[in-house]
Design a protein around this ligand. Sequence first.
Ligand SMILES: *[C@@H]1O[C@H](CO)[C@@H](O)[C@H](O)[C@H]1NC(C)=O
Ligand SMILES: *[C@@H]1O[C@H](CO)[C@@H](O)[C@H](O)[C@H]1NC(C)=O
Ligand SMILES: *[C@@H]1O[C@H](CO)[C@@H](O)[C@H](O)[C@H]1NC(C)=O
Ligand SMILES: *[C@@H]1O[C@H](CO)[C@@H](O)[C@H](O)[C@H]1NC(C)=O
Ligand SMILES: *[C@@H]1O[C@H](CO)[C@@H](O)[C@H](O)[C@H]1NC(C)=O
Ligand SMILES: *[C@@H]1O[C@H](CO)[C@@H](O)[C@H](O)[C@H]1NC(C)=O
Length: 650
Amino acid sequence: MTFSNIRIILLCFVSANTLGVPRNFNVDYKNDCFRKDGEEFRYISGSVHYNRIPRAYWKDRLLKMYMAGLNAIQTYVPWNFHEPSRGQYNFSGDRDLEHFLQLAHDIGLLVVLRPGPYICGEWDMGGLPAWLLNKKDIVLRSSDPDYIAAVDKWMGKLLPMMKPFLYQSGGPIITVQVENEYGSYFACDRDYLRHLTKLFRSHLGNDVVLFTTDGAGVRYLKCGALQGLYATVDFGPGGNVSVAFDAQRHAEPHGPLVNSEFYTGWLDHWGEHHSTVSTAIVAKSLNEILAVGASVNLYMFIGGTNFGYWNGANAPYAPQPTSYDYDAPLTEAGDLTDKYFAIREVIKLYRKVPEGPVLPSTPKYAYGAVQMKKLHTVSDALEVLSLSGPVKSIYPLTFIEMNQAFGFVLYRTKLPVDCSTPTPLSSPLNGVHDRAYVSVDGVAAGILERNKALTINVTGKAGSQVDVLVENMGRINYGKDINDFKGLVSNLTLGADTLTGWAIYSLSIDQAVSQGLLWEPGSGEAAPPPPSPLSVPTFYGGAFVIPDGIPDLPQDSYIRFPNWRKGQVWINGFNLGRYWPARGPQVTLFVPAIILSTAAPNNVTVLELEADPCTPGHCTVEFTSTPVLNATVNSDHKHQRALFRRDDLL
Ligand SMILES: *[C@@H]1O[C@H](CO)[C@@H](O)[C@H](O)[C@H]1NC(C)=O
Ligand SMILES: *[C@@H]1O[C@H](CO)[C@@H](O)[C@H](O)[C@H]1NC(C)=O
Ligand SMILES: *[C@@H]1O[C@H](CO)[C@@H](O)[C@H](O)[C@H]1NC(C)=O
Ligand SMILES: *[C@@H]1O[C@H](CO)[C@@H](O)[C@H](O)[C@H]1NC(C)=O
Ligand SMILES: *[C@@H]1O[C@H](CO)[C@@H](O)[C@H](O)[C@H]1NC(C)=O
Ligand SMILES: *[C@@H]1O[C@H](CO)[C@@H](O)[C@H](O)[C@H]1NC(C)=O
């Protein structure tokens, strides 16, 4: 490079940034490209959801994305993550979106922002807050006035926060997506999209590029594209790239080609085989996309984890597991893969990738087996789990009616008649959302499961206590069934009678776990139940110490559950998520080192819903250094999939 070249570059830099000449980013319809500060520009972006990664790891993941040769990242903003109850906002800690954007900016990554309000994303209710269902017949993602009022208020909070991060204001955000794959939704309400467009413009101004994303088919773009929003498409590897972009051209005859979701892998469901997509096919299609000069976003570049209760579900009801590894180029734990390096090689053909070593995968440590002991059954711990006590109701109430969004609710009643012979206890189809653990007088009687297990037999005397613990396994995040109420959404029947006279307990399990309340001894030791294939939902606890004298501990780990069947696990009060090795394919849960302590024993609390792993013999959980996400599955429904498109979910 000659001296004069350098001077010109410096001059450009100075004039664009210091001398107040506005930074600009826009669509050039004449030349079919984006323009950044006047220069032709295309982005090669990767999806990373800050809400699926602990804050302490954001920088590591973003640096690895930068080193892969990406010049941008893409993230959703899940509304329900930031407004957990109406009017109560949380942008701190792991929810500190501004910090995340600032990190990306500091590293040199541009941002494609997808603030919804609906995001899909295999996230509970597609990011919409469950409290919207307080209006029973609300039409989500439409001009329904109550929905619009809530959206206006939320966007009135979020978008002004985002404005300083726009490229035009000196920040990293180059484009902002409005809604998400709206053309796949039944409502097809153009007034709603028009309203969102006006709303986004009123907060963000007229300069920012607003866009939509829809499946690469004319039928999706029909209801998804709107004048004033730049229409882009999404499609996975293995198809015909030029045919896919023809669909975009149908809606957008001129301007840059953009694939907003190029699938590097695919999502999982409990009870279905782990999805993988070959590196060769990803590399080949990426090369074809870049060769036609398109902008692209790799979905996901790192999937991360559905910690806590955040996973979503597809319909017919099929919840996603805790891991959102996605077979992405960076693993759930942020580790480098062959796919990462193959993608980097493809990008190298089109743009200079940063030199220097790529940050290594983080080391993992196998802390070994941890002895667990039984603490309390859920039914015995109601005093600490349900501080407000029960709500009495003739018929069952939903989670929302109980003012609870996530987790578990206990429904208690009595057998109205003697059931000396096995008597069917039943729910209608789709009546239990999503899984109900039934016991009679403290003895497990069976499990009802949404659309799958509708009847169990119970025996007992009239007046026996019936406890039905109902688990919310994640709200549907895609399609017409996103109004997904939880709990007993229909009556249960015993023989020919409708069960009535319920005492319904809202449970604050997370609070009780983090305050250590479940570790306190109970009021009386219950006699051990008879050995049985099924046990009542029970808490177990154990602790382990990080060994001394080994450098760089604590490190990340994985936890597995030999002899356990299904439940929820917390470490030091942090809700790691659901485990369900009995169904698969996920067997281990990611344990980020950031939640571990060297100063005190680390407390593991498990709520096991089905089986007592402690009889016979001793029960342990195990910390290992390798993940298992692809065990053989144990399920009656296995729908196989050949293509990687939204159509798979219809
Ligand atoms: C906000 O979210 C952070 C991160 O999840 C959490 O630690 C904190 O307790 C939340 N704050 C409130 C007030 O709930
Ligand atoms: C993609 O489809 C176009 C139009 O049908 C066809 O001309 C082209 O050969 C196909 N490309 C590949 C790689 O199959
Ligand atoms: C319930 O008991 C009846 C009669 O013993 C039996 O035929 C039926 O299979 C049982 N149903 C279930 C779900 O166990
Ligand atoms: C239960 O049945 C009663 C009486 O038929 C009905 O009014 C009520 O809506 C039902 N409850 C649920 C949750 O389906
Ligand atoms: C685990 O629980 C014990 C007993 O309640 C407590 O002393 C300790 O600080 C806890 N460990 C951590 C890491 O919070
Ligand atoms: C699961 O994945 C591991 C690591 O990629 C692989 O070695 C193993 O063969 C896979 N197992 C199954 C059952 O597919």
